[in-house]
Design a protein around this ligand. Structure first.
Ligand code: KIV
Length: 284
């Protein structure tokens, strides 16, 4: 049976320069297949707002949605490290909210860690969650919950000045007690500086090859999410096309009377059909 990795395994993998694999999952079957494929970590991202609920962004996503989906993922992948993503307003208002809501992920969904977005300004929250005995992953670079402030879903750290600010954020997040850091949509050179500088593992989504591991959004990787495709996405399958083709075949067969056949139908016990027909025969 697969052994669930711990924070110490992730730390050792960084030291041994073994890359870890991380993908988002929002439901039981996806989590199950990801675990079978040997994924090291799963993120129940608030990207579920776009991928599952069809919102334009992550702002409307609630704690209830994140906990419900994390709970399903936990059951689908009992032997994989699962990270719950703290949605907008679950940690920004106060440190007490942050600890309370991180604790809900642990108690109600059985996650192994939580992730939250932001740099120095969320360090008090990271420290308090960590002091509460929970594991936290920081997230800097393109942080979708503050995409309005960033001017949209745009790459970050493109200038020396903005890269330096990210590096300061990364340092502060490690100091605050995060056990790992995710860097999103940042040039590889910047992520390399952060990865080499921090003792905790640094993971990339769209931040290049030098990080200690990679995260991908499952619906991007599988070709299910069609609204837009960021530059850093590589499609490994075209499941959306397979779904459309299966639905079309099913609808065609139903309309043409080719489904269901006897192969997909139950049989009455020997002689019972004749009896039934007699019983419903109109009496003269
Ligand atoms: O919600 C999510 O899937 C994320 C990734 C975009 C990093 O936070």
């Amino acid at each position: 049976m697969k052994k669930k990795l711990t924070r110490f395994d992730f730390q050792k993998k960084k030291q041994k320069q073994e890359k870890i694999t991380w993908v988002t999952a929002y439901d039981y079957p996806t989590a199950m297949f990801a675990e079978k494929a040997g994924m090291d970590m799963l993120l129940v991202g608030d990207s579920l707002g776009m991928c599952i609920y069809g919102y334009d962004g992550t702002i409307p996503v609630t704690m209830e949605q994140c906990i419900g989906h994390s709970d399903a993922v936990r059951r689908g992948a009992p032997h994989t490290f699962v990270v719950g993503d703290m949605p907008f307003l679950s940690y920004q208002v106060s440190v007490a909210d942050a600890v309370q809501n991180a604790g809900r992920f642990y108690k109600e969904a059985g996650v192994d860690a939580v992730k939250l977005e932001g740099g120095r300004r969320v360090c008090p929250q990271i420290q308090a969650i960590s002091d509460g005995g929970m594991l936290v992953i920081g997230h800097i670079g393109l942080t979708p919950q503050s995409s309005g402030q960033l001017g949209g879903f745009k790459a970050q750290g493109l200038t020396c000045e903005s890269a330096a600010a990210l590096i300061e954020d990364a340092r502060a997040i490690q100091e605050a007690g995060a056990f790992a850091l995710l860097v999103e949509a940042v040039p590889p050179e910047v992520c390399k500086v952060i990865t080499d500088m921090l003792s905790i593992p640094v993971y990339s989504i769209g931040a290049g090859i030098h990080a200690d591991g990679q995260l991908m959004i499952c619906h991007d990787l599988l070709g299910i999410f069609q609204a837009f495709t960021p530059k850093f996405v590589k499609r490994y399958a075209d499941i959306g096309r397979h779904m459309e083709s299966a639905f079309t075949s099913y609808a065609t067969e139903v309309r043409e009377g080719r489904f269901p056949t006897s192969e997909h139908s139950y049989r009455m016990l020997e002689g019972e059909a004749e009896k039934l027909l007699k019983a419903v025969e109109p009496s003269e």
